[in-house]
Design a binder for this molecule. Structure first.
Ligand code: FMN
Length: 147
């Protein structure tokens, strides 16, 4: 199962980290959620989804249409994903953007391959290092033969 990277971003931080992850995985495709529709996602891939929080705990602008499609009933049956979110603990709505996206994807029938992570951008921990380590671990686990 090959990995694909998807990102929802408002000001570009999440997009930049997602692209770094795709490069680190060896030229994996990275796309904005704005450039895909739920029907484009298939069961042949593991989707590594990166998403920030914006406004008052809302989704970033490039995730809005994708989320709206899911709210409108689009399905993701058989789709496997894992979500790496971004937020800032100085907001009471910490991480609510990725939480919303996760809920919508699960309600649409997608299956989560790993627990949701939310990176707190207010800490000095490197988001890039954490995201790359997370993605490499998931891809390695996905390439193991089923036991
Ligand atoms: C105007 C603004 C609103 C934000 N609102 C939230 C929020 O409600 N909850 C949260 O956890 N983080 C919030 N953040 C933090 C962002 O999620 C964080 O800075 C993230 O790295 C932005 O990534 P992006 O540039 O890809 O959108 C906000 C940041 C900005 C600039």
């Amino acid at each position: 199962m090959t990995a694909k990277v998807l990102h929802g971003s408002e000001l570009g931080h999440t997009e930049s980290i997602a692209e770094d992850v795709a490069d680190a995985l060896g030229g994996v495709e990275a796309k904005s959620l704005d450039d895909v529709k739920p029907a484009d996602l298939t069961g042949d891939h593991l989707y590594l989804v990166f998403c920030s929080s914006y406004g008052d705990g809302e989704l970033p602008n490039t995730a809005l249409d994708f989320a709206e499609s899911l709210e409108g009933g689009a399905r993701l049956d058989g789709v496997r994903f894992a979500l790496f979110g971004f937020g800032d603990t100085s907001y009471t709505t910490f991480g609510d953007g990725p939480r919303t996206l996760r809920s919508l994807m699960l309600a649409a029938g997608a299956v989560e391959a790993a627990d949701l992570i939310i990176h707190d951008v207010s800490t000095s921990k490197s988001a890039e290092d954490e995201a790359i380590a997370w993605a490499e671990k998931l891809v390695a686990a996905g390439s193991q033969p089923a036991s």
